[in-house]
Ligand binder design. Structure first.
Ligand code: SF4
Length: 527
């Protein structure tokens, strides 16, 4: 017996909903049947919390590359309809909140008029194609995948052959030497590698994903040419569509099919469906530990040009900041901006002479590029502010924790702090050096927000998911626990030691002790 979402997808394709959205925009929120509320996700629209007529609306930014005209349009939508805020997400999208059904047609019209879309930003469909945010400007990159991302995006957007997949489907493609595009946690992760003859090929991973049952993707024995990538993505999506599991929503992602088939059988099926045979994989090693936040001032491959990476802690921007950065990009950056999967923003193509002026203008709207190691790559999901599944508030909590650690510690090492409002892992707590998962506990008889503290996650050749060390630490105490832990590390740190090494060499019990005994974990009763 198929689940309810499978039934409603068969009754009507989510991509066909636009005439209904137009009708509901005239009739009002109360007129929308629950099945069509679910189908609105195919237009990037989710009900926000509480379910009282306001929506989240997600805009896709393929590869994170956006021009100033498009970025200004996002700022205007945020100002006019979105409560003056918008959030950069971990897939390089932008999300609006406080959207009502009455204004959705106007928003879609404004977005389409500048060539961007919400189509396929949510729902059981290929999502935003992610990539390296410095594609085409990074002096170290192996290959500029900008055109490939455009081609793959063009193929999938609005393509009804792929609008009824078993579940969401995430693709990332990059020629980045650091593999900052996170191929390990996508359904398809495509990364450039250098072949023994010096040419560039592309390795392919399938079946990665986080959520409550995280999996790292598996490498297939193939090495693609650039013009084979779209076709490979197509057949992998077809395999998922035709063989993926549809009975249970929590067992429907591609990763479960890959678990059962293994990479060899999966590749056999790919080759059966392709009209060409891919070359076998070449020996390649992922970077040992992947860390690339792109924050600060960097020299581009183009002579005399720079990008500035601005840290947007939690991804939350005001409409004033979006409009201002659009104006800066137009004036100094050849109209080019990029969003990152760390929820940050880059302004590119800045001449040496203009750097100081750009920095002055950024500071005037509270944006900074010279920030602490804690702040550069910390990220959080949406949390109780807007998410119906959330258990805890997230964005203010992350700001509190980062601000506290900045005050208390002199810290010079790259570190990722990822915070989630529930086990669903939109804030990627499984792959942070420190992962915080929202929970509830009881303190003095009162239900209280709390966090599980998990440690040791990372991507790269030594990829690991975090280990849960302490459960249900009252949220107000998390910052003290992390301070205790990080001070212990600094105290025992030797030359060339890293925080990851420290976590790896200690047992869960030891790490729990380092977090401290006085942080409220002894509770009368737990929820
Ligand atoms: Fe919502 Fe949970 Fe996802 Fe956070 S992790 S956005 S709380 S579903």
């Amino acid at each position: 017996m198929a689940n309810k979402v499978e039934q409603l997808k068969k009754e009507k394709d989510g991509l066909d909903l636009f005439p209904d959205i137009l009708r509901y925009s005239k009739l009002g929120y109360e007129s929308i049947p629950s099945d069509d509320l679910a189908r609105m996700r195919w237009f990037g629209i989710y009900e926000q919390k509480p379910r009282n007529g306001h929506f989240m609306m997600r805009v896709k930014i393929p590869g994170g590359a956006i021009n100033s005209n498009q970025w200004r349009t996002l700022g205007e939508i945020s100002r006019d309809f979105g409560g003056g805020i918008a959030d950069i997400t971990t897939r390089q999208n932008v999300q609006f909140h406080w959207i009502t059904i009455e204004v959705i047609p106007e928003i879609i019209h404004r977005l389409n008029s500048v060539g961007i879309t919400t189509l396929g930003a949510c729902g059981d469909i290929p999502r935003n194609i992610a990539g390296c945010p410095v594609a085409g400007i990074d002096p170290d990159e192996l290959y500029d995948c900008t055109k490939i991302i455009e081609e793959v995006n063009h193929f999938f957007v609005g393509n009804k052959d792929f609008s009824d997949l078993p579940r969401k489907f995430k693709i990332t493609i990059a020629g980045c030497r650091h593999q900052c595009h996170q191929p390990e946690i996508n359904d398809i992760g495509i990364s450039a590698v250098r072949k023994p003859n010096g040419d560039i090929g592309f390795e392919v991973r399938v079946g990665g994903g986080l959520s409550t049952q995280p999996r790292f993707s598996r490498k297939l024995d193939v090495c693609l040419k650039p013009d084979q990538i779209k076709d490979a993505c197509r057949v992998i999506a077809e395999i998922f569509r035709d063989y993926g599991y549809r009975d249970r929503r929590n067992h429907a992602r591609l990763k479960f099919l890959v678990d059962d088939w293994g990479s060899e059988r999966f590749l056999d099926k790919m080759i059966e469906k392709l009209s060409w045979k891919p070359d076998p994989a070449v020996d390649s090693n992922s970077p040992k530990r992947i860390y690339a936040d792109h924050i600060g001032v960097h020299t581009q491959k183009q002579h005399g040009l720079h990008w500035i990476g601005v840290a947007i802690l939690t991804g939350r921007m005001t409409s004033e900041q979006i409009l201002k950065t659009a104006a800066i990009a137009e004036k100094y950056c050849d109209g080019s901006l990029r969003t990152t999967n760390q929820q940050n923003l880059l302004l590119t193509n800045i001449t040496e002479d203009d750097l100081t002026d750009v920095q002055t203008e950024l500071e005037a709207v509270g944006l900074n590029w010279d920030v602490s190691k804690f702040r550069r790559s910390a990220l959080s999901c949406t949390g109780t502010e807007f998410c119906n599944l959330a258990i805890t508030e997230t964005k203010l909590r992350l700001k509190e924790i980062i601000g506290y650690l900045e005050d208390k510690l002199d810290w010079d090492e790259d570190i990722r702090i990822n915070l989630n409002g529930c086990p669903n892992a939109c804030g990627q707590h499984h792959i942070g050096d420190i992962g915080l998962q929202g929970a509830l506990t009881i303190v003095n008889g009162t239900k209280t927000e709390a966090y599980d503290i998990c440690l040791g996650g990372r991507l790269g050749s030594n990829a690991k998911f975090t280990r849960p060390i302490r459960r249900k630490i009252p949220a107000d105490n998390v910052k003290y626990a992390l301070e205790n832990l990080l001070l212990t590390y600094q105290h025992e740190r030797t030359e060339n030691d890293t925080f990851s090494d420290f976590v790896d060499r200690h047992t869960d019990d030891e790490l729990g002790q380092f977090l401290g005994d006085n942080i409220g974990v002894v509770l009368a009763e737990e929820s």
